[in-house]
Design a protein around this ligand. Structure first.
Ligand code: SF4
Length: 338
């Protein structure tokens, strides 16, 4: 199940080709309003200057604790939240500047699989109508709905004779396969998987990840795979970006992140991966609560929880260092200026 290979990732990052998705300086802020006059009292900086790219056929794993802004980032790319600043190019189109009509057409190429497989499916629609809904909307049907639905269910490893059943008749893993079938039906370029396997049992997680890997190979898909679980991300991602309090603090090939993490936060996430026979969780190892996105530290945002912090970390934002395909945002790797 593991595609954690530096060679695989490097092959996909052909510098002569432009990325499928390019995100630059993306910010999504929310005003907090209180009182009868709805005065703005604070600003939640859920996504605060995030940049990354995804190549065709590549998977970027976006990992971080809950509340770090990764879901808001995915929702902003999907047009479900409004960006405050920044640029996003998808298939060379400026995603944030598209008209509503153009964005709706673009959604065909940009699909999503959410965490909760049941609430993502209309309980009153049968599976055939669910997985072919987009095909009808975008006039992509070639043949009958039934033919398409049978083929799609086969692609995701479900019995084609189940097309007339309803969502409540399936298990959690089967429902997520139906969500994936619906996303794949549109022949998208990119699928955003937002905690897509988090609600599933470990054995089912592995099956769904294998399914995603198989579909990627068959249809040359790219994935933005968002998860709080680094061990899950490491099984599917070519590259991994680690997010903390609205910002990416480290990104690199998946193999480099797992075998040679640099940022203290990444090291803590890796130390928190459960080992068979040991009982340890991220909350036990990563000390302290995540600070509020409304009042991050003026220096390094990880300073209050960092075991390697120095005085400069409290006062100055860390430098952003790019070297040998890696990105790291930490004073440890940029010297300690006075
Ligand atoms: Fe820790 Fe300082 Fe690096 Fe922040 S900049 S992660 S506080 S060492």
């Amino acid at each position: 199940m593991n595609k954690n290979s530096q060679k695989t990732s490097d092959n996909k990052r052909d510098p002569s080709k432009s990325p499928l998705l390019e995100v630059s300086g993306l910010k999504t802020w929310f005003d907090l309003k209180r009182g009868i006059f709805s005065r703005r009292t604070d600003t939640i900086r859920a996504v605060d200057g995030v940049s990354f790219s995804i190549m065709k056929n590549e998977t970027l794993g976006l990992v971080g604790e809950s509340g770090c802004g990764k879901t808001t980032l995915g929702r902003t790319l999907l047009g479900l939240e409004t960006a405050t600043a920044g640029e996003v190019f998808f298939c060379k189109e400026p995603l944030l500047k598209l008209s509503r009509g153009r964005m709706n057409r673009m959604r065909k190429s940009l699909q999503v699989v959410f965490q909760d497989p049941l609430s993502s499916l209309n309980p009153r629609m049968n599976i055939m109508d669910i997985v072919t809904e987009g095909l009808v909307q975008f006039k992509m049907l070639e043949g009958s709905r039934e033919q398409h639905a049978r083929k799609l269910l086969g692609e995701v490893g479900l019995d084609a004779d189940m097309i007339y059943r309803f969502p409540h008749e399936f298990s959690g893993g089967q429902r997520q396969r139906i969500n994936i079938a619906r996303a794949v039906s549109m022949r998208p370029d990119l699928i955003i998987c937002d905690e897509a396997v988090s609600a599933l049992d470990v054995s089912v997680q592995a099956q769904v990840i294998n399914l995603l890997l198989g579909l990627q190979e068959r249809h040359h898909l790219s994935y933005l795979f968002i998860s709080h679980d680094l061990s899950v991300v490491s099984n599917i991602a070519d590259r991994i970006a680690v997010m903390y309090l609205g910002r990416i603090v480290e990104s690199a090939n998946a193999a480099d992140i797992i075998e040679d993490p640099l940022h203290p936060y990444t090291k803590m996430l890796i130390a928190a991966i459960p080992v068979a026979g040991e009982k340890k969780t991220a909350r036990k190892i990563i000390k302290g609560e995540t600070p509020s996105l409304a009042s991050p530290s003026s220096g390094c945002r990880f300073y209050p929880r960092c075991p390697e912090a120095a005085e400069i970390c409290r006062r100055r934002p860390p430098p952003e260092i790019r070297q040998n395909g890696r990105f790291i945002c930490c004073h440890l790797y940029g010297g300690f200026p006075e």
